[in-house]
Every structure is written in structure tokens, then in C-alpha cells.
Design a protein around this ligand. Structure first.
Ligand code: PLP
Length: 438
């Protein structure tokens, strides 16, 4: 029997309560600038840049034009043993805004693929150095690194792991850094928690440094509710990784491209990892694309140390796809020409004051911020965790505001073209909605 009587039945939606959604769908028809328009013609202020993606706002004409032009000239060209000019140009542009020495760029199609690529590069690097026993990968509780088997193995979200068997062997996890008792209502980086990085020494003592390939963390954890790194924490992780020869990977899929007020969180927070993963804001999400920026020495060790022929047995059919590369180049032009990273930095004090004005509102047990990101944590409804925030999400959407909720936390990450009036509207609306949900 086919499904033609139910037009919503065939699409098995990702990370969605499919049955509930299909009872009560929320469908978007178009987008422009700071707003979506729903299929029933309502304007919805985008408090989430889609899904932490559209940092330059929606449907930017220069990006659309670049995609259109390239689609007419070169719809596809493989990049296995053959190539076209766009990914070379793009890689140079990305390398120019990455931290010092992270100059080698590998292209993927998503954040998940970037994470798996970064983990594989770390493993291959140690093997090329004659330390092939370094195979353990260390992530962190509450970390989100996409949905590949590598990403869920180092990821620290139980729900994302439970259905999928034994995952990668040899993964271990640092403790997360969320500590409401010590840090609730911190403005910017919380004061307490640098010591949590020292747990890496415990893991090293347990397994032996010579078995550990890499540590991967989100410099600011987004998906589990905006966990801002405590002051000194990333510095300490960097020190311990350097001391033990462990590759440090920052997963910057949501933080790269302006979100924190600079090209990368590494730049803004002043800590340089060995590898950075990215996606989302790279193309303003107009075409899927991810990338991995790798320290020269790691690249050189793998590439120069290999015998003749292919040096890294890894890649995707669509690595450096012409449409994605064209979209990314146009996006980088927009970021530069409109100074959007600096704009985020300049607006962040206003943003911080605005979101912290929600302190004292009904249900609010924490507000946290960094750059143009905020997390507003609600007291869970007794016996029904997550329901209160989900109800707020629905009411916000119905009233014309898109927020993201994760557990009992509202996460805000609007496009960086926003004006102060948009901030006022978002925060005012959330304040009203907090009164409206029980
Ligand atoms: N890593 C981080 C830090 C993310 O936030 C995400 C997605 O939100 C991913 C990886 C996965 O990206 P994608 O959904 O493009 O595979």
C-alpha cells in the first residue's frame, strides 16, 4: 500500500517527534533577512539562525547569485585525482582566517562528516609518526559532535548513543562543565570550573598517554544548552594535551564564522587547538558544506611521510562541490564586507544585558551568554522534565518567534545581522511567554 493519502507520511524527519509533528505540523515557506514566513503567511523572527547556520541572515542575494551562476557553469566536478579551481580558492580564504598554522583545509558536507574526518586525521597522524597505538578518542559528557559513529562515540548525550550498539571502542569522556550551584547567572565565561580540565590527567593515568590520540570538545557547547567554558578551562586542556602529545580538536561547527565575535572561538577565547571542525555558517547554510582546518605539521607528517600515491584514504564524492564552494566564497565576502564578526562583537554587550534582564522572570534558574549566544535555563516542571520549555517553543512559534529548546533550556543564536530592536523583541516576547507557561 502506498502513502498518497497522507502527504506528510513519507518524510521520516530527523531529530523530530514525527507522530506529534505530523498531527500538528509547523511548515516554513520562505525566508528573508531576520525572518521566516510560514505556509500560512505569518512572519517568524528567527532567534536561531535556522539551526545555528544563517549568520548573514536568510536568502542573501549575493550568495544566491553565486550558486545560480556556478550551477550554470559547472554543476559538478570530482575532486578525486582531478579538481576545479573553486575549492583551492576557498581553502586559501578559510586558511587566512583560521588561527596561526591551521592552514590545511579538508572539505566535507556536514558537521558530522567534519568530526569523523578530524578524528580520522588525528589517528592517521599518530600512525604516520610511528605511534599507531594512540587510538583512544576522548570527548566530553554533554558534548554533541553530530551523528556519525565517530561523533556519537565521543559525544556525551546518552539519548544519541543508546539505540546504536557498541559504537567505537576506546572512547572515553571528560566531565561536562555545567555547574549551576557555582556559576548560575554568570555573564560571559563563568569563574569556576577550570579544574574540570584536570580530569584529563586522570584519563591519561588510567589509559596511558601513549594510547590516546585526540581530545575533542566544543569550545562552547551548544546542543546541550549553551555551556560556556569556564575561565581558564580551555587553556588548561591545551596545556595537558601538549604535555602528553594529544591532538586537541575544537568542534566549531556552531562557533566558527562570527557567532562569538570573531572568525573562530579559538581566536576569541585565545586558545589554539590542532584541528578545527566547521560547517553551518561556512556557506550560511545555503548549500551543505563542512570543512576541517588542520595544523601544518599534522598535514605534513601524514602527506610527506606517505609513500607515493594517495596519502590519506578518506574523502567524499562531494568534497569541495562547486555549488557549495561558490556559496562559501560569497558568504565569506559578505562576512568581510559587512564586518559581521565585528558586528557580533560590538552587539554582544547589549545582547548580554538584554538576555540577563530575564533573570528573576518566572521559571528562570539560569541565564548564560557569550558572543551572540544565550541559554535560558528553566526549572523543570515537577515530574515532567522538558515539557515546560517545549510548550514555550510551541507558543513562541505560534506568536512569531523561533527559538530552540533542548531539555529545559532555551537556546538563542540569531543571525548576526540583527538590530537592537530584534533583540528587544526576542527578549520581550520570551519574558511574556514565561508568564504564559505554567
Ligand atoms: N558538531 C557540533 C558542535 C554541532 O553543533 C553539530 C550540529 O549542530 C554537528 C557537529 C553536526 O553537524 P551536522 O548536523 O551538519 O552533521
Amino acid at each position: 500500500m502506498k502513502l498518497e493519502n497522507d502527504p506528510l507520511a513519507a518524510f521520516w524527519m530527523p531529530f523530530t517527534a514525527n507522530r506529534a509533528f505530523k498531527q500538528q505540523p509547523r511548515l516554513l515557506a520562505s525566508a528573508k533577512g531576520m525572518h521566516f514566513t510560514s505556509v500560512d503567511g505569518r512572519q517568524i523572527l528567527d532567534g536561531t539562525a535556522g539551526l545555528w547556520c544563517c549568520n548573514a541572515g536568510h536568502c542573501r542575494s549575493s550568495i544566491i547569485e553565486a550558486i545560480r551562476k556556478t550551477a550554470g557553469e559547472l554543476d559538478f566536478a570530482p575532486t578525486f585525482q582531478l579538481a576545479h579551481p573553486l575549492p583551492f580558492e576557498l581553502a586559501s580564504r578559510i586558511a587566512a582566517i583560521m588561527p596561526d598554522r591551521l592552514n590545511r583545509i579538508f572539505f566535507t558536507n556536514s558537521g558530522s562528516e567534519s568530526v569523523d574526518t578530524a578524528l580520522k586525521i588525528a589517528l592517521a597522524y599518530h600512525r604516520s609518526r610511528g605511534e599507531g597505538a594512540r587510538t583512544r578518542l576522548i570527548g566530553r559528557e554533554r558534548g554533541y559532535h553530530g551523528v556519525g559513529f565517530g561523533g556519537i562515540s565521543v559525544g556525551g548525550i546518552g539519548g544519541n548513543r543508546r539505540q546504536f550498539g557498541s559504537l567505537l571502542t576506546g572512547a572515553d569522556h571528560l566531565p561536562h562543565t555545567h555547574d549551576l550551584a557555582a556559576n548560575a547567572f554568570s555573564r560571559g565565561q563563568p569563574a569556576k570550573g577550570a579544574h574540570l580540565a584536570d580530569d584529563l590527567e586522570r584519563i591519561v593515568a588510567l589509559h596511558g598517554a601513549d594510547t590516546i590520540a585526540a581530545v575533542i570538545v566544543e569550545p562552547l557547547a551548544g546542543s546541550t544548552g549553551v555551556l560556556v567554558p569556564p575561565q581558564g578551562y580551555l587553556e588548561r586542556l591545551r596545556e595537558i594535551c601538549t604535555k602528553h602529545g594529544i591532538v586537541l580538536i575544537f568542534d566549531e561547527v556552531i562557533t566558527a564564522y562570527g557567532r562569538l565575535g570573531g572568525a573562530t572561538a579559538a581566536e576569541v577565547l585565545g586558545v589554539t587547538p590542532d584541528i578545527i571542525t566547521m560547517a553551518k555558517g561556512l556557506t550560511n547554510a545555503a548549500v551543505p558544506m563542512g570543512a576541517v582546518a588542520v595544523r601544518d605539521e599534522i598535514h605534513d607528517t601524514i602527506v610527506n611521510g606517505a609513500p607515493d600515491g594517495i596519502e590519506l584514504f578518506h574523502g567524499y564524492t562531494y568534497s569541495g562541490h562547486p555549488l557549495a564552494a561558490a556559496a562559501a566564497l560569497a558568504t565569506l565576502d559578505l562576512y568581510r564586507d559587512e564586518g559581521l564578526f565585528q558586528r557580533a562583537a560590538d552587539l554582544s554587550p547589549y545582547w548580554k544585558d538584554a538576555v540577563h534582564s530575564l533573570r528573576g522572570k518566572r521559571h528562570v534558574i539560569d541565564v548564560r551568554n557569550l558572543g551572540i549566544v544565550a541559554g535560558i535555563e528553566l526549572e523543570p516542571r515537577p515530574g515532567a522534565p522538558t515539557k515546560r520549555a517545549m510548550e514555550l517553543f510551541h507558543k513562541a512559534f505560534d506568536s512569531g518567534l523561533l527559538v530552540r529548546v533542548t531539555g529545559d533550556i532555551i537556546a538563542l543564536s540569531p543571525p548576526l545581522i540583527l538590530e537592537k530592536a530584534h533583540i528587544d523583541e526576542m527578549v520581550g516576547r520570551i519574558g511574556d511567554l514565561l508568564e504564559a507557561v505554567d
